[in-house]
Design a protein around this ligand. Structure first.
Ligand SMILES: Cc1cc2nc3c(=O)[nH]c(=O)nc-3n(C[C@H](O)[C@H](O)[C@H](O)COP(=O)(O)O)c2cc1C
Length: 217
């Protein structure tokens, strides 16, 4: 193999799944209830070792180019799923053209995946400010100093800018930063099962009501 050609064959890298199964006879009426049950169990199992609230957010730009990144889920309720970010970032620019997004959780220890599709909107400035003000000073200074997704001169310069802001103690809430809420139109729960006969339960919002589907793995 030449130096420039790299190949790693993972064909024999496989695992069988058996830690849990979906009880299709007793399905909660609404997906938030099931999300809450799965989330709390995952959090319990993953305590200290991982970030249960890390999720992938996929967005598409106006030409349909899709990009994904991890963010931290900061709140969930019957209304939807909230995360915080820079409103001038690449993801925010995508969202301003296309408000349809997808979220994804993978909890390896639980052998579970949750896929969420929906529409996204900004949360209120008041709530964004409240959360911003609750963050440690260093995090606030970093958010203020970082032009997220822009090309920067150097990490050194960014750190200097951050330190300058921190020293000045001017850590006021900036209007270019805040929360988004994803309001789901579909949520799919996936539970790994032996021999690839996995369980898939999908809730789809239909005229304001949640309809349930069982999908083939
Ligand atoms: C574990 C983890 C947590 C992260 N949490 C956030 C977050 O809550 N908000 C955020 O804006 N970026 C977060 N990031 C950084 C994003 O993945 C991404 O680099 C950043 O938001 C810029 O994305 P964009 O250029 O596509 O807009 C996190 C990254 C990781 C790996």
């Amino acid at each position: 193999m030449s130096k420039n050609s790299l190949q790693n064959n993972l064909w024999n890298h496989r695992k069988d799944y058996s830690v849990d199964e979906i009880d299709f006879e007793h399905i909660p009426q609404n997906p938030y209830e099931l999300f809450d049950i799965w989330y709390k169990k995952a959090e319990e199992q993953m305590k200290g070792s991982s970030e249960t609230n890390a999720m992938s957010v996929s967005t598409a730009d106006k030409d349909g180019n899709v990009s994904s990144r991890i963010v931290l889920l900061k709140e969930y309720s019957n209304e939807g799923f909230v995360f915080f970010t820079n409103y001038l970032s690449r993801k925010a620019k995508n969202i301003s053209h296309n408000n349809k997004v997808a979220l994804l959780f993978f909890w390896e220890i639980m052998q579970q995946q949750i896929r969420i599709e929906g529409v996204i909107e900004k949360i209120s400035i008041e709530k964004s400010k409240e959360y911003f003000d609750s963050r440690p000073a260093e995090s606030r200074a970093s958010a203020l100093a970082s032009p997220q997704s822009e090309v920067i001169q150097s990490v050194k310069k960014l750190k200097e800018d951050r330190d300058k802001i921190l020293k000045s103690n001017r850590l006021d809430y900036p209007d270019f930063w805040g929360g988004y809420i994803v309001k789901p139109t579909a949520i799919e729960f996936w539970q790994g099962r032996p021999s690839r006969l996995h369980n898939r339960l999908k809730y789809v919002k239909d005229n304001g009501e949640w309809r349930v589907e069982i999908l083939a793995p």
